[in-house]
Design a protein around this ligand. Structure first.
Ligand code: HEC
Ligand code: HEC
Length: 217
């Protein structure tokens, strides 16, 4: 009798563990698939082109922070937000093509049309704080807060209190910066909200806060 009871308990536990494992495995498979989907996007391919051909002069984030800054000056090397047409012209023909410095080389012979279009797509994001913030959000926060930031991520139901609905937040930018940098616990909230201060740069946190400002309902 006793052994039977234990067996039933054990089976119940195994089923529970199995369910939990299956559930977690499904979550991981889901995020793996979305990473693969992201990797086939032009902006992501453009980021790779940029890193290989442009980062040494313009800096990985196109902010002019690079080794070449000593030669040309970081402010000159920082790529400002501009229309795609302008980017394409200077990338194809070099600085000369738009009356700028010829230290900006022409890339027509080296890069394919597709690579140039990809790198232009990347520049559209990397020069815009809100769009950079959207990328930070979609890479780090959606498992809990959801793709729409409404608190309905795949993992949301595992937590109580649930991940906040960020489209209805009544907190200001300073508060958001603090809770993102130092985590929920430091702010007297749930410790499930992670500490991001070590993983994300100050700039990335400022960018994600800028993005969150644009999605308020
Ligand atoms: C050898 C260094 C060097 C490399 C490599 C380089 N650039 Fe440049 N680039 C420059 C310089 C210098 C300028 C500034 C020209 C000026 O202001 O007169 C510039 C300007 C630009 C501008 C205009 C920025 C603005 O806001 O007006 C764009 C866009 C640009 N580069 C894109 C690229 C891309 C894309 C690549 C890689 C495919 C690349 N550059 C590689 C040196 C470089
Ligand atoms: C592991 C799940 C998880 C992840 C990943 C996560 N969060 Fe959270 N977050 C939470 C939870 C849970 C809360 C609610 C805490 C509470 O109410 O005590 C929260 C709260 C917040 C708040 C407070 C909002 C308000 O109105 O009070 C902000 C802002 C926030 N998260 C931003 C982010 C950002 C940005 C990221 C990605 C860089 C992120 N979170 C990633 C779980 C998560």
């Amino acid at each position: 009798m006793i052994t039977r009871k234990i067996t039933i308990k054990k089976i119940a536990l195994l089923v529970l563990a199995g369910y939990f494992f299956w559930d977690t495995a499904a979550l991981y498979a889901d995020s793996r698939n979305s990473v693969q989907r992201e990797l086939s996007k032009p902006v992501v391919r453009g980021g790779i082109v940029f890193k290989n051909y442009c980062g040494m002069c313009h800096g990985e984030r196109a902010d002019g922070v690079s080794r070449a800054a000593k030669l040309y000056g970081a402010e000159r090397l920082r790529i400002k937000p501009s229309a795609a047409d302008y980017y394409i012209k200077i990338i194809r023909g070099g600085g000369k093509a738009v009356g700028k410095s010829e230290f900006m080389p022409p890339w027509n012979d080296e890069l394919s049309n597709e690579q140039i279009n990809d790198v232009v797509a990347y520049l559209g994001i990397v020069t815009d704080s809100v769009r950079r913030g959207e990328v930070v959000f979609k890479t780090n926060c959606i498992l809990c807060h959801g793709i729409k930031a409404d608190g309905k991520g795949r993992a949301a139901r595992l937590y109580n209190p649930p991940p906040a609905d960020l489209t209805k937040s009544d907190k200001n930018d300073d508060y958001k910066t603090m809770i993102i940098t130092y985590g929920g616990k430091a702010m007297g909230r749930s410790e499930v909200m992670p500490v991001w201060g070590e993983q994300l740069s100050t700039q990335e946190i400022a960018d994600v806060v800028a993005y969150l400002r644009t999605i308020l309902k």
